[in-house]
Design a protein around this ligand. Structure first.
Ligand code: NDP
Ligand code: 8X3
Length: 255
């Protein structure tokens, strides 16, 4: 029987690329996000069986009821990719927007916990499962103007460690993936729809693309059952640390 993978944040970027990659490999997919139309568009593109669920990971009741509503044939989830998340805003702590802080802590941290809490018991009953948490290099090192996003990803790092400590004896593998700059809708969301500003983040160097992370996820899932890839940090070639990117000089007069 095909394995079932549930991917949060499947409407764009890394989550969408992961859905396309795992579908190629024959996984049945439960795709989650807030934008139903994007989930349906993606479902149309896939030939593998797909079940879609629309919910905001910040809404605990909704997370619980939507996941509880899965039909029996979709309940035995083998792989959970905790990918949903975003940065909101880019400002020093003294002028940070508290709504942005709520969005990041509630989505990136508590949302990941709510989804995991609903799925872990089934994995424990079956004594197998694999949870892949998408952290960030922001969870390894804090950068200016990013304290709260970085804090949310440091929390993901701690949760991955804690999950591994608590769930290994139950046959569940935990993988923490920390990407550097990946060109997705991420910066557009961070800068509240300012596409020009978002584009600049990736100028002068070749960022990672969502498919790079999807390939990594696919590899992590492909290793023999005896192997757990616990932690992966992945940078674009031109990036050495979250705020250290080597960009090509722009030609003179081309500002
Ligand atoms: P995108 O903005 O392209 O995708 C974010 C996804 O998360 C969307 O599918 C969005 O779906 C979903 N999402 C966001 N908030 C919520 C919410 N409250 N409830 C449900 N779904 C939500 O960005 P990426 O693909 O780049 O980001 C995916 C993950 O990768 C995030 O956790 C991000 O922090 C992490 N990451 C990204 C990096 C980058 O440089 N791009 C680097 C390191 C880590 P919808 O809007 O439909 O709800
Ligand atoms: C996204 C990468 O460096 O913008 O998590 O925080 S970074």
């Amino acid at each position: 029987m095909n394995k079932i993978a549930l991917i949060t944040g499947a409407t764009s970027g890394i989550g969408k690329a992961t859905a396309l990659k795992l579908a190629e490999q024959g996984y049945q997919l439960i795709l989650c996000g807030r934008r139903t139309e994007k989930l349906e568009e993606l479902k149309e593109q896939l030939t593998t069986p797909v079940f879609t669920l629309t919910f905001d990971v910040r809404n605990r009741e909704d997370v619980e009821s939507q996941l509880a509503s899965l039909p029996d044939e979709w309940k035995n989830i083998d792989v959970l990719v905790n990918n949903a998340g975003n940065a909101h805003g880019f400002s020093p702590i003294q002028t940070g927007d508290t709504d942005d802080w709520d969005a990041m802590m509630d989505g990136n941290v508590k949302g990941l916990l709510y989804v995991s809490r609903a799925i872990i018991p089934g994995m424990m009953d079956r004594k197998k499962g694999h949870i892949i948490n998408i952290s960030s290099v922001a969870g390894k090192q804090t950068y200016p103007n990013g304290a709260v996003y970085c804090a949310s990803k440091k929390a993901v790092e701690a949760i991955s460690e804690g999950m591994r400590l608590d769930l290994t004896e139950h046959g569940i593998k935990i993988t923490n993936i920390a990407p550097g700059a990946v060109e997705t809708e991420f910066s557009e969301v961070r800068f509240k729809g300012d596409k020009e500003r978002a584009k600049k983040v990736y100028e002068g160097f070749e960022p990672l693309v969502a498919e790079d992370i999807a390939d990594l996820i696919s590899y992590v899932l492909s290793v023999p059952e005896r192997v757990t890839i616990a932690d992966v940090t992945v940078y674009p070639k031109a990036q050495a640390a979250p705020a250290t990117v080597y960009r090509k000089q722009q030609p003179e007069g081309n500002s």
